[in-house]
Design a protein around this ligand. Structure first.
Ligand SMILES: *[C@@H]1O[C@H](CO)[C@@H](O)[C@H](O)[C@H]1NC(C)=O
Ligand SMILES: *[C@@H]1O[C@H](CO)[C@@H](O)[C@H](O)[C@H]1NC(C)=O
Length: 294
């Protein structure tokens, strides 16, 4: 397999590619994905507000990208939904993998991520997305990516980022960045306390106290809110501290997936915290629907 290394460090990716590519090897023969350049490819600097990829380690990207986005505006809009996943630290290569598609390193030919890298990231991150009720999307179907062609990989592809990833439930991280991310995957938000938590298969069922205050209902009908029962998907074994403290008020966010309501975020109700108030404000204005996927 011919591999381009894409270390986190600056344009090493490019150097690395340049040194492993000779003219004769340059022929791009992988035909499964038709890559058509509309106006011809352009190399553009990765803009600072392309948050997903600005820090990826190289400074120029190719446009259109490998997902068919023609403009930076489109790239930015689509890429923003994936920033929360990178924050989850589910795999050391999440950013490199996503950016190899959203902001491909600027070479004369498109180079896709290796299938193995895709599978490795998918295996680590899909369960986390699933906890929020998002399937691994078809646009990242790993069988689209090359096995024995030139492709992007890192030397970390085989090593999930397990050392600093504790078995916290993905939806129960406590940092503020996370609650902001979580707000963006949610449809409704309420203030309430937890009454009881039960195991149900691989999930946990979260019953709430009767007293509930709506923060934002979104599509949730008031009647439904009164009867709301939430599920922590695949959460039977993970650690979720808030669910152990039944005497505290929480900001609870969730979304409907199929016929159930998933708990997608929980945070102590703390009006004395500036960040908390900021999060509430964002929740009210909410212009960040549908993260991970579009
Ligand atoms: C991925 O794509 C392959 C081939 O195109 C297809 O057979 C497979 O069902 C897809 N996998 C998923 C999970 O959609
Ligand atoms: C692999 O990655 C580590 C950590 O990023 C780096 O220190 C090391 O030099 C890399 N090894 C090779 C062979 O590229």
């Amino acid at each position: 397999m011919r591999t381009i290394c894409a270390p986190k460090l600056l344009w090493l990716a490019l150097l690395c590619a340049a040194s492993s590519l000779r003219a004769s090897e340059y022929e791009y023969s992988w035909k499964d994905i038709v890559y058509t350049y509309g106006k011809g490819p352009q190399c553009v600097p990765i803009p600072e507000d392309l948050q997903l990829c600005y820090s990826v380690g190289y400074s120029q990207m190719i446009l259109p990208n490998l997902l068919g986005h023609d403009t930076l505006q489109e790239v930015k809009q689509q890429a923003s939904s994936w920033v929360p996943l990178v924050h989850k630290h589910c795999h050391a290569d999440t950013q490199v993998f996503l950016c190899s598609l959203f902001a491909p390193v600027c070479l004369a030919r498109p180079v896709y991520p290796c299938r193995k890298m895709c599978e490795s990231v998918r295996d680590s991150c899909a369960p986390i997305m699933e906890a929020f009720g998002f399937p691994w999307p078809e646009m990242l179907n790993c069988s689209k990516f090359p096995v024995d062609e030139l492709c992007i990989a890192t030397n970390m592809t085989d090593k999930p980022e397990s050392s600093d990833y504790t078995p916290l439930c993905p939806v129960c991280d406590r940092g503020m960045t996370h609650i902001l991310d979580q707000i963006c995957v949610s449809e409704f938000a309420i203030k309430t306390r937890i009454k009881e938590v039960q195991k149900e298969g691989r999930d946990r069922k979260v019953m709430l106290e009767k007293r509930r205050r709506q923060v934002r209902l979104g599509n949730l009908k008031k009647e439904k809110m009164k009867k709301l029962v939430l599920y922590l998907k695949n959460g039977v074994d993970c650690l979720c501290q808030p669910l152990e403290h039944l005497d505290t008020s929480y900001l609870i966010v969730g979304r409907k997936v199929e016929k159930r309501y998933l708990l997608t975020g929980i945070h102590k109700w703390d009006k004395s915290s500036k960040e908390f108030k900021k999060a509430l404000k964002k929740l009210e204005s909410k212009n960040c629907h549908d993260t991970f996927l579009k």
